[in-house]
Design a protein around this ligand. Structure first.
Ligand SMILES: CC(C)(COP(=O)(O)OP(=O)(O)OC[C@H]1O[C@@H](n2cnc3c(N)ncnc32)[C@H](O)[C@@H]1OP(=O)(O)O)[C@@H](O)C(=O)NCCC(=O)NCCS
Length: 449
């Protein structure tokens, strides 16, 4: 695992600025049913465990447990292993479990790991949480790689799913050390970035959250708030050096995780006060969200779709849920339409419109899902897709105007009610002229959840 620079005054200020206010609780509420009983694997670098913010992080983990989120902790030890090597004057062959582990390095790794696990046990106990260190990781020697014997470095063979589920269901947080046990019962050192992903895959976790000393994933020195896995894979293939050194291992494992079916991986600075909760419960987040492509079924509409879109939305127009649009009007603006297909049939649509004089504003409209497909997440996916597309095109504010269903936007999609002053001038004139008095809803664009 990687270690970075110490907490600077500017990050401390950023930390203070990201504190969740009690008024944000309403916003948090919408995530609670979605996350209940889901498994989150939280991977803490050794350096995060050594940081003053550890006690706050453990309180955040207690909050997650109180919301019925099933937490599994995986920890690293590279900082502690390096320190132990220095104090004892025993050289190590590798600190992060990715290179050769000789016998004396393994010995120090076991000591460092016991110390780090104990700190986590102690902190969780202080927060009234039950937890247990396990031997759930079965490993095999990494063997000879590129002609070099990796000695006591291991790779994951099998994770004991039953034991972990048993603990989680008994309200006990499993603490997983970066150590595994080979077929002969002997100890092997395992990289904790890799281990977190293997555990998440076995438990079908919905999130892996890497807490390190990096503020997130930086590409060419720019912090990314979110990136989809295909774009990240491209960067790693074409210019791996553009990814900050300290984040490369996590980026690599994030791609593997998402390819293995874990929907989201977060990279967060573990030294930020309330950073973990903000990343999980705010739409902007504080670190980087790496996500799979949920949007394969969504495509831009074309002229052949006009008739389908028109008939699809007709009943909603009758109920005044949507504004009437003639087939000609749909065709003239077909570039604004996106459709959701199931088995090549269009079952939902949405529009995304931009205003030349207000380039930071985009408007989502004509959101419609066929009743048969309701309650399957299609509506939310269309909104998230529109939000991502709007952000990609430079918008920082997404508008939605709704007469019948404003609560879908506010309680499910992270919008809030706003005044017509938020509308771009040309849109405000249309709004005032048409007399529909739709509710004006806005969402500031940032990372998706
Ligand atoms: C509103 C609409 C787009 C939702 O589509 P959907 O695919 O069913 O939405 P999702 O499955 O993503 O819904 C997620 C949650 O939203 C909630 N939801 C749906 N409509 C809601 C509403 N009006 N108010 C509050 N919550 C709502 C549901 O409870 C659902 O949760 P559940 O599955 O636990 O029941 C769909 O009902 C629709 O097309 N309505 C008619 C047209 C319309 O009103 N468009 C919006 C105005 S522009």
């Amino acid at each position: 695992m990687t270690e970075g620079s110490p907490l600077s005054p500017s990050r401390a200020a950023a930390a203070a600025a990201t504190t969740i206010k009690p008024t944000d609780l309403r916003g948090i509420l919408k995530y609670i049913p979605r996350f209940r009983d889901q498994v989150f694997v939280i991977a803490l670098d050794g350096a995060v465990i050594a940081d003053d913010n550890l006690s706050n992080l453990l309180v955040d983990i207690a909050v997650l447990r109180s919301l019925s989120i099933k937490v599994v902790l995986v920890h690293g030890i590279s900082l502690q292993l390096s320190e132990l090597s220095e104090v004892r004057g025993v050289p190590i062959t590798n600190a992060d479990g990715t290179g050769v582990t000789d016998a004396s390095t393994l010995d120090l790794a076991v000591r460092a790991s016991s110390r780090v696990s104990h700190l986590v046990l102690e902190g969780l106990t202080q927060n009234g949480l039950k937890c247990a260190i396990t031997n759930a990781v079965r490993a095999l020697p990494a063997g000879v790689l590129k002609g070099v014997d990796q000695k006591r470095t291991g790779k994951v063979d099998r994770i004991d799913k039953e034991t972990l589920h048993h603990l989680i269901n008994a309200n006990i947080i499993p603490i997983i050390q970066p150590i595994g046990f080979g077929p002969d019962g002997h100890t092997l050192r395992i990289n904790s970035d890799l281990l977190a992903i293997e555990v998440a895959e076995t438990l079908q976790a919905t999130k892996v959250i890497y807490l390190s000393q990096q503020e997130g994933l930086s590409i060419d020195g720019q912090l990314r708030r979110d990136i989809d896995v295909a774009a990240l894979r491209d960067v790693m293939d074409s210019s791996p050096d553009s990814i900050a050194m300290g984040s490369r291992s996590k980026a690599l494992h994030a791609v593997k995780a998402i390819e293995a079916g874990i929907p989201r991986v977060h990279m967060v600075d573990g030294r930020i006060y309330d950073g973990l909760l903000n990343e999980i419960f705010s739409s902007e987040g504080v670190g980087t969200l790496i996500y799979g492509n949920d949007y394969q079924q969504i495509r831009q509409a074309n002229a052949n779709d006009v008739r389908f879109i028109h008939s699809l939305t007709r009943s909603a127009v009758k109920r005044e849920e949507l504004l009437h649009r003639t087939p000609e009007a749909i065709e003239a603006n077909i570039d604004q339409f996106y459709v959701f297909e199931v088995d090549e049939n269009i079952v939902a649509c949405v529009t995304l419109q931009f205003y030349p004089n207000a380039p930071t504003v985009a408007e989502l409209g004509s959101l419609y899902v066929m009743p048969f497909h309701h309650h399957r997440g299609v509506g939310r996916k269309m909104v998230e897709f529109a939000a991502l597309r709007a952000a990609e095109k430079g918008a920082s504010l997404l508008l939605a105007l709704s007469t019948q269903n404003p609560t879908f936007f506010t309680s499910v999609c992270g919008f809030e009610e706003a005044d017509k002053a938020e509308l771009p001038e040309s849109r405000r004139q249309v709004y005032e002229a048409n007399g529909r008095n739709a509710r004006i809803l806005i969402r500031h664009l940032g990372a998706t959840v």
